[in-house]
Write a protein that binds this ligand. Structure first.
Ligand code: CA
Length: 218
């Protein structure tokens, strides 16, 4: 899973990126509206955290443009403290949720998890598929109730497949959702991650759909 942070306060942006990274997400950061717009339109994100007061293009203008052009990515808006007006306008322009500054990082992470869960049609906070359970809140994976340690990339591959269970996900789509924008990408490495996940979680948990991609559950 991959998240975009559009925030011009660099200390806050670094803090968000660090916490999201520790929670298992690939993270890209944009420090102004132009860059945020470019990344949101060219990369595949599972959620966007959007500050409203930004240099070059403000957050509401970005959000309006994204929704007008059909971009459906879940957006969490960061509003100024006590600004009911920003909350209302943000939601009217297509925000899915908001957090007022200053905020606790735990709240932002919980809201991002909630947005991603709802966008993928999952009701339960824990994702289950056969013997495998993923708890996004703890970035924890279990097989038959026993915790299994995964690398960050393995976790993102598994998490993406679990959030899109019963659907065939192509290697290209997986690649787009597990690497930050500046990371070197090689879609062949997806095969390596899948092989390792099968070794750790059981050979049958991830099905290969020949020529199309991978699927978990049915
Ligand atoms: Ca700002």
């Amino acid at each position: 899973m991959k998240v975009l942070v559009v925030e011009d306060e660099s200390a806050l942006s670094v803090q968000l990126a660090h916490s999201l990274g520790a929670a298992g997400y690939a993270v890209d950061c944009a420090a102004d509206g132009d860059r945020g717009d470019f990344l949101a339109r060219t990369e595949a994100y599972d959620a966007v955290i959007l500050d409203l007061g930004l240099p070059r293009i403000d957050g509401l203008t970005l959000l309006r443009g994204w929704r007008e052009s059909g971009l459906q990515v879940p957006v969490l808006v960061l509003t100024a403290r006590d600004s009911w007006h920003e909350k209302v306008v943000g939601i009217d322009e297509g925000a899915d949720d908001y957090v007022a500054k200053p905020f606790r990082m735990e709240e932002v992470l919980a809201r991002v998890r909630g947005l991603i869960r709802r966008a993928s049609g999952q009701a339960s906070p824990a994702l289950r598929c056969g013997a495998v359970t993923v708890e996004p809140r703890l970035a924890r994976v279990c097989r038959d109730g026993v915790e299994v340690k995964l690398t960050a990339h393995e976790f993102r591959v598994l998490s993406y497949l679990m959030h899109h269970r019963a659907r065939v996900v192509s290697q290209g789509e997986l690649t787009e959702h597990i690497y930050a924008q500046d990371a070197e990408r090689d879609s062949n490495t997806v095969e390596v991650f899948i092989a390792r996940l099968r070794r750790k979680l059981g050979a049958n948990v991830i099905e290969t759909v020949r020529g199309l991609g991978y699927r978990m559950g049915s």
